[in-house]
Ligand binder design. Structure first.
Ligand SMILES: C[S@@+](CC[C@H](N)C(=O)[O-])C[C@H]1O[C@@H](n2cnc3c(N)ncnc32)[C@H](O)[C@@H]1O
Length: 205
């Protein structure tokens, strides 16, 4: 199934004005997989300024009765949890302005009238996994330290339906390698997207 042109164009148009890291290519790929599997319960771990969440929200709206749950505490302490790379930790402390990014995300959801299809949960992923007994599509892009990325896989992968898709960003970071090995024990690699950071799509066996 190919992505409807209006979703493709919306992602490319609106991302020009948004902060964050999810590329247009990656957002289109995720939207396409959501449509392909008619995913109803869609989880985005790590929202930041909303790029991944909004892109997935366009796909949820197309499906009409699907919902994206965007999970992010927007707290510096969470963003640097277990981070032993001083430059990363410093960036989150000094440059990220997470309060503002939360506000920007909400404004974007409202501006695109996505309220019906996108719900934001402002808390750490480790505290809300129990809300999702079953997940139809997940993007794991929260805190990238080993402790946090492994915990996200441990808590959320068991909830993903068999044969459904998982997207994972920053696959070329040392700190995400252990989490990726855990993913690969249960999932097949479907697609690799290179760019500033490597992103991958997996399908659960
Ligand atoms: C790489 S950014 C996400 C980028 C985003 N997906 C995009 O499209 O640009 C990582 C985000 O994870 C969030 N985060 C940190 N700890 C988290 C946790 N325990 N649960 C969920 N999100 C977390 C940070 O606040 C930050 O906004």
């Amino acid at each position: 199934m190919s992505l409807p042109k209006h979703i493709h164009d919306a992602i490319y148009e609106y991302f020009k004005h948004m902060d964050g890291w999810c590329t247009e290519e990656r957002a289109c790929e995720m939207a396409e997989r959501i449509l392909e599997t008619k995913a109803k319960i869609i989880v985005d771990v790590g929202v930041y300024a909303g790029r991944s969440t909004i892109g997935m929200g366009f796909a949820a709206r197309e499906l009409r009765d699907s919902t994206v749950y965007g999970i992010d505490p927007w707290k510096v302490d969470s963003a640097v949890e277990g981070d032993d790379v001083e430059a990363n930790a410093r960036w989150w402390r000094e440059n990220s302005n997470l309060e503002h990014m939360h506000q920007r995300t909400m404004e974007c959801i409202w501006a695109h009238r996505l309220d019906q299809w996108v719900t934001i949960i402002r808390n750490g992923s480790q505290y809300v996994h129990q809300l999702f007994p079953v997940i139809d599509f997940i993007n794991i892009d929260g805190c990238h330290t080993e402790i946090a990325s492994c915990r996200d896989v441990e808590l959320y992968l068991p909830r993903l339906r068999q044969h459904h898709f998982l997207s994972f960003d920053d696959c070329d970071w040392d700190s995400t390698q252990k989490a990726l090995r855990m993913v690969e024990e249960q999932c097949d690699l479907i697609k690799v997207m290179s760019g500033a950071n490597e992103a991958r799509i997996y399908r659960k066996r």
